[in-house]
Ligand binder design. Structure first.
Ligand SMILES: NC(=O)C1=CN([C@@H]2O[C@H](COP(=O)(O)OP(=O)(O)OC[C@H]3O[C@@H](n4cnc5c(N)ncnc54)[C@H](O)[C@@H]3O)[C@@H](O)[C@H]2O)C=CC1
Ligand SMILES: O=C(O)[C@@H]1CCC=N1
Length: 271
């Protein structure tokens, strides 16, 4: 396997960088001693050093020099500045992975020296619990092996597919941002049960497990979600009463529009 013996670096240890570091180390794909990370914010480095046992530095160059694969996990707005400060150390033997929303491969590649191997990835925060949904897309200098390495890294924390770059905004709106649409759904469903008298803890467990179960049925049965919904809705039963309320409030349109609006923001970030 081509990641054997390689070292992995993270520039940016915020919410997503930290989630990936913990998830990837937890999977065993990289041992913490082969993982490097840098950030300007020392408390997040201290936390990772203490709890994940990785190597940390406030100097991005230290991360780059020590790593074979460098993950750029900073905000899209500062990506250019960060690349400028590391580009001379990103030699052709290194693979760069950008997880920045919206920023196109060609715009990343042109900030680096010619020939730099770049793969763009959109993961999600569920990497924390090894259930991320990620999509990767390959830059012009990246090899098939680079794409496979990126897939292996992100598959260590969930599932990952390869898409063409023009679909990355759709992926960002759907799975990149998606957890933030589902958390309030879980909270609100639990609220309904609390209203009816269930304690909060039990309500959250049942609501979250209901989401896991429904998602697994879609993934594992291969059945259409509409058909699965029909399996729950008995004629004149309880479920169809709830379904009517969701339709009345336009919940489907709301979710569809949320994904489209988030994708639109991803397109804006490219400009
Ligand atoms: N949060 C999420 O669920 C997801 C985020 N992303 C992408 O991941 C990237 C990071 O997002 P978050 O982790 O949410 O943001 P964040 O704000 O939590 O983390 C960014 C980190 O970068 C650090 N930083 C700022 N300037 C730096 C510099 N010059 N050198 C090194 N580190 C520096 C900050 O101190 C911070 O810890 C973004 O590009 C975002 O689009 C992608 C998928 C999901
Ligand atoms: O909200 C954002 O911009 C980032 C990208 C996808 C999820 N979080």
């Amino acid at each position: 396997m081509s990641l054997e013996g390689k070292k992995l670096g993270f520039i940016g240890t915020g919410k997503m960088g930290s989630a990936l570091i913990k998830g990837i180390c937890g999977s065993g794909l990289f041992s913490p001693s082969n993982v490097y990370a840098s950030d300007l914010y020392e408390p997040s480095l201290d936390e990772l050093k203490q709890n994940a046992g990785i190597n940390v530095s406030t100097d991005n160059k230290v991360t780059v020099i020590n790593s074979d694969v460098v993950v750029l996990a900073v905000k899209p707005q500062i990506l250019r500045k960060v690349i400028e400060s590391i580009k001379e150390d990103v030699t052709e033997d290194k693979l760069v992975i950008s997880i920045a929303a919206g920023v196109k491969l060609e715009d990343i590649e042109k900030e680096f020296n010619d020939g730099t191997r770049v793969v763009r990835v959109m993961p999600n925060i569920a990497a924390t619990v090894a259930e991320a949904a990620s999509a990767i897309t390959q830059g012009q200098n990246a090899s098939k092996e680079d794409a496979e390495d990126a897939l292996a890294i992100f598959r260590s924390v969930g599932s990952a597919i390869q898409v063409s770059e023009n679909l990355m905004d759709a992926v960002t709106g759907l799975s990149g941002s998606g957890p933030a649409y589902i958390f309030p759904v879980i909270e609100a469903m639990a609220d309904g049960a609390v209203y009816e008298g269930l304690d909060r803890n039990s309500a959250l467990i049942l609501a979250a497990q209901t989401v896991i179960g429904a998602a697994k049925m879609v993934l594992e049965t291969g059945m259409h979600p509409g058909e699965l919904k029909d399996m729950v809705t008995s004629p004149a039963g309880t479920t169809i009463r709830g379904v009517r309320i969701l339709e009345e409030y336009g919940v489907r349109a709301a979710f569809m529009n949320a994904v489209i609006e988030s994708s639109n923001r991803s397109k804006e970030l490219a400009k």
